[in-house]
Ligand binder design. Structure first.
Ligand SMILES: Nc1nc2c(c(=O)[nH]1)N[C@H]1C(S)=C(S)[C@@H](COP(=O)(O)OP(=O)(O)OC[C@H]3O[C@@H](n4cnc5c(=O)[nH]c(N)nc54)[C@H](O)[C@@H]3O)O[C@H]1N2
Ligand SMILES: Nc1nc2c(c(=O)[nH]1)N[C@H]1C(S)=C(S)[C@@H](COP(=O)(O)OP(=O)(O)OC[C@H]3O[C@@H](n4cnc5c(=O)[nH]c(N)nc54)[C@H](O)[C@@H]3O)O[C@H]1N2
Ligand code: SF4
Ligand SMILES: [Mo]
Length: 875
């Protein structure tokens, strides 16, 4: 492979890596001394070498643009590809390259699909234009934190000490250790912590389901799975129980037909849930749609649409919704015809005879079972929203048709979060807003199930020998073997090790930065000490990677061939050609697992032909050159799945030429339209919308299920583990929520200077609270509880409910020697307690805060973000 870094030098100066810009001169901690300006020099070993050069830039010398001379498009090659990651959408990126170096990125301009032309942007086919993160991708691709060759830990875990090793050494050591772990500790010894970093491609897929790691560990015969998803386990549970499927989503364009949009814990201006949501919501606004926001924060989405903001205490949404249901029932505003035809257990009349004696939803709301009618006055005490506002909203929702109650996932990212989602489904159903254009049944909101992976099915691929709630791994490791099933949400395979607690000795991270992203990080830090093998596969030196034994450099989506899938919404495919050769010694995940399989089969005769079975179209030369094999997989996927099953006539070659393929639908896609208009049964056991869950009502022994503890079979208000109403509020008076940042995708992009110019990690506090504590914007504060402590600057605002704090997830952790996180990662404060349905309790943390003398380290210092320290130290 030709490495063209030195060419990059001559065409675009060192500044292509981290270019000087105005913000480089502004160091929040004061002065320039901690900032190393990094550049890349020509390689001596065929791989790029990073060195630190002490350059500082005065503001007046900073130049906003780094290319001289500026290369025009006619001097560059244009390649259409897509952005990647678990970010809420999937947009077009257009790479403009010189030689093997991307010097510029642009995005969709209307011309990259069949029949497209420059500027084309219609309601039926809006452009797939990238957001600020996508457009900054080049800075991530060439960042100093880029992992360029395999590394092995030489210091203690988390000490940042690694040395460079060869692929041969890395893979033979990992393979040998895997065989030993399986032999010594059995088939649960390796924990699969792959996640969605690369979920949305058909070939190089990271995920718990159908992902490359699941396939690899399943076929190797040693895997503990992680079954709960951080994003929306509560919501998934609710959608499955209620509708029998998570495909309860409409396409984005349906929003344009709503008369009322209730953004419940939903801030689409920040957290994308589709590609063109805002475009269609703007259309709705222009057509007279009213907007409401139920959120502790007054968000930018509310500001843009001039929404009626109803601030609510976090994690009390199910109570407010119950009160809305109370108002609707008491005033006879519900759609009884819809209920009678499509809903099970909404009231006594829709509860089948075999469940006589069980509770129904309406009687619960009216207080028949517990003598507590769920009135707006009752709810006001819990959620802090005035009873009259609850009535007004309920009235508006019941009387405006069609109305979209979009109940997003964040309020469900809390203990008993599924009750919020199920309560929302009850409201959607009682007002007859399901299956109608302009209504909304979301939930999970998946609007399209694209054709699955490009590699062939293998019956061993997704096997596991135990499965646990994802963020209970540390609890399991620290307490092994004295752990009860319900403490870890154990979901044993009936035919293997029934009920045995997994003996986890190893973790693999692929497409995940989970050490940084799961809950209660201090507990994870204790647990990781007990492991014998930790492998991190990533293109970047991540905060998780710092705790690994081996770092394996993975090619990014610019450096391999694939087809991109939309996230939850969007009927389209985007071709992802290999734009440049992999940087340094990077390989794709598929290459690494294939080669590991060949090494494992050589060590263990029972794994005969593992390499070939894992990757049937390849032989061992795949590790050196994957291109022809990848092309063959993708072409046969296109021809089999897309052309054959989805009846697409465009050929593979033509698709590659255009770059995108969009499905033109006859009418906007509305979930459950056929159920409502054509009488098709819902996918639940009863064929109805199950507000009364027949599945949950049938469970006798909860400790024998993965849930561990009882979950009500109708939606109910259940007190969260912690909240402003809980006695713990005396000690920790602030409810911390940690939504998703606009300037990052979780932890991804945390190190990108351009994006840091737009936002910084800070804790948001209400002005009256701040005044009481003597805190001003920009003051450094510490936020803490029994689980941990973070140091961050404060941002004072009136756009937040008093008593609530906001600290965005995804900051790259930087604990000091006392375990205080100086970077401000909220997961040092979050709870890892097991919520029965599997919801992560991220938004369920009570904390205290005060002004601090400790220094916030925003990640510019050597040990935090400049992960290139890892290289420098041991070269
Ligand atoms: N406090 C709090 N914490 C949260 C949340 C919250 O709301 N509050 N939200 C949670 C949610 S919803 C989520 S989804 C998680 C996200 O948690 P993660 O999935 O751990 O977060 P990412 O930062 O997206 O990390 C993905 C990693 O995959 C890597 N990657 C990308 N492509 C590839 C590839 O092709 N191969 C390999 N091997 N690696 C690749 C990226 O470089 C990145 O390091 O965070 C959770 N954490
Ligand atoms: N820019 C960006 N977009 C993303 C992501 C990203 O990291 N960055 N991540 C993607 C992923 S993986 C996911 S899972 C989704 C997450 O999507 P969501 O879950 O919808 O997003 P969040 O940002 O966590 O929260 C949305 C809103 O909920 C509010 N909120 C928090 N707790 C409560 C509560 O208890 N009640 C009420 N009523 N409101 C509450 C927050 O203040 C915030 O305004 O976003 C996706 N989109
Ligand atoms: S929304 Fe996601 S896919 Fe779209 S450009 Fe932004 S980061 Fe990329
Ligand atoms: Mo997520």
């Amino acid at each position: 492979m030709k490495n063209e870094w030195s060419d990059a030098q001559s065409q675009t100066p060192a500044s292509a890596v981290r270019f000087p810009s105005v913000s480089d001169s502004i160091d929040p901690a004061g002065g320039y001394k901690r900032r190393d300006f990094l550049k890349i020099v020509g390689a001596t070993t065929g791989a790029a070498t990073l060195i630190g050069v002490g350059i500082t830039i005065k503001p007046e010398e900073a130049s906003a643009f780094a290319y001289e001379p500026y290369l025009g498009d006619d001097q560059l090659t244009t390649v259409v590809t897509s952005c990647a990651h678990n970010c809420g959408s999937r947009h077009v990126l257009v790479a403009h390259k010189k030689g093997d170096v991307i010097v510029r990125l642009s995005t969709d301009n209307g011309q990259y699909q069949a029949g497209g032309s420059y500027g084309k942007d219609t309601e039926a086919e809006p452009q797939l234009r990238a957001c600020l993160r996508g457009r900054s991708y080049r800075a991530r691709l060439y960042s100093p934190e880029r992992l360029l060759y395999p590394m092995k830990r030489v210091g203690a875990r988390g000490e940042h000490k690694f040395k460079r090793i060869s692929w041969d050494q890395a893979l033979s050591e990992i393979a040998a250790k895997m065989v030993q772990l399986k032999k010594d500790y059995g088939p649960t010894a390796i924990l699969d912590q792959a996640y969605a970093g690369a979920s949305y491609g058909v070939l190089h897929k990271s995920d718990q389901i159908e992902g490359l790691l699941a396939r690899f560990l399943g076929m190797f015969g040693c895997r503990t799975n992680s079954w709960s998803v951080p994003s929306y386990q509560a919501t998934t549970f609710s959608s499955r129980m209620t509708f029998g499927t998570i495909q309860d989503g409409n396409e984005d364009d349906t929003f344009a037909h709503s008369k009322l949009i209730i953004m419940w814990g939903w801030n689409p201006a920040y957290t994308f849930h589709g590609g063109n949501t805002f475009y269609y919501m703007r259309m709705a606004k222009q057509r007279g749609c009213k907007f409401v926001l139920i959120d502790p924060q007054y968000t930018d989405s509310a500001a843009v649409y001039d929404a009626w903001w109803i601030p609510i205490k976090p994690n009390t949404d199910a109570a407010m919704m119950a009160a809305m249901a109370h108002h609707i029932f008491s005033n006879n505003l519900h759609d009884q015809k819809f209920i009678d035809r499509f809903v099970l257990g909404m009231d006594a009349g829709t509860l089948p005879k075999e469940y006589a004696g069980k509770e129904n939803f309406k009687d619960y709301i009216l207080g028949k079972y517990d003598n507590t009618p769920k009135t707006p006055e009752w709810a006001e005490q819990i959620c802090g929203v005035k009873a009259e506002d609850i009535r007004k909203l309920a009235d508006m929702y019941a009387k405006t048709k069609p109305a979209a109650l979009k109940a997003s996932w964040a309020p469900g990212r809390a203990s008993y979060g599924e009750q919020y989602n199920r309560m929302a489904a009850a409201l959607q159903a009682m007002t007859g807003n399901i299956g109608v254009l302009g209504g909304c049944a979301e939930g999970v909101g998946k609007a399209w199930h694209s054709e699955s992976v490009a590699y062939p099915y293998d019956e061993n691929a997704n096997l596991w020998w135990a499965s646990i709630k994802s963020d209970r791994w540390a609890h399991c490791v620290l307490n092994y073997p004295n752990v009860k099933r319900e403490e870890i949400g154990l979901w044993p395979r009936e035919d293997h090790l029934d009920g045995q607690i997994p003996n986890i000795k190893s973790i693999f991270w692929q497409g995940s930065d989970w050490f940084n992203q799961l809950t209660n990080i201090n507990k994870e830090i204790k647990a990781i000490e007990k492991l014998e093998l930790v492998v991190c596969m990533d293109s970047t030196i991540t905060p998780s990677g710092i705790w690994a034994d081996y770092l394996l450099p993975i090619a990014t989506h610019f450096e391999r061939h694939d087809v991109a899938l939309p996230w939850y919404k969007g009927h389209y495919y985007i071709h992802r050609p290999k734009v440049i050769e992999p940087l340094g010694e990077s390989k794709t995940d598929f290459q690494v697992f294939t080669e590991l399989c060949y090494r494992l089969e050589a060590l263990d005769p029972s794994l005969k032909d593992l390499g070939k079975r894992y990757n049937p179209k390849a032989d061992r030369s795949y590790f050196e050159d994957p291109d022809a094999v990848d092309e063959a997989y993708l072409q046969s996927w296109w021809e089999g799945s897309v052309q054959h099953h989805q009846h697409v006539t465009m050929s593979w070659d033509e698709f590659k030429k255009h770059g995108t393929y969009k499905f033109i639908l006859k009418e906007p896609h509305v979930a459950f339209r056929e159920q409502i208009t054509k009488g098709k049964p819902f996918e639940t056991a009863s064929g109805k919308i199950e507000i009364f869950s027949t599945y949950l009502a049938g469970i006798k022994d909860w400790t024998r299920t993965q849930f561990g503890y009882e979950i009500p079979y109708i939606p109910k208000w259940v007190e969260p583990f912690e909240s402003l109403n809980h006695p713990i509020a005396k000690q920790y008076p602030f409810h911390l929520i940690s939504p998703h940042p606009r300037w990052r995708t979780h932890s991804i992009f945390n190190n990108i200077p351009w994006l840091r110019e737009t936002y910084e990690q800070e804790v948001t506090i209400n002005a009256s609270d701040a005044q009481k504590l003597g805190i001003k914007t920009g003051d450094t504060v510490e936020v803490w509880n029994d689980r941990g402590k973070c140091v961050v600057p404060a941002y004072v605002t009136e756009r937040l409910l008093p008593g609530v704090l906001v600290l965005f997830e995804g900051a790259w952790m930087d604990p000091d020697k006392n375990g205080v996180d100086r970077a401000g990662n909220p997961d040092f404060l979050t709870l890892d307690n097991p919520s029965p349905a599997g919801a992560f309790a991220y938004n369920n943390a009570m904390v205290q805060l005060k002004k601090s003398d400790l220094t916030h380290r925003p990640g510019w210092d050597e040990l935090a973000v400049a992960r290139s320290s890892v290289f420098r130290r041991d070269m």
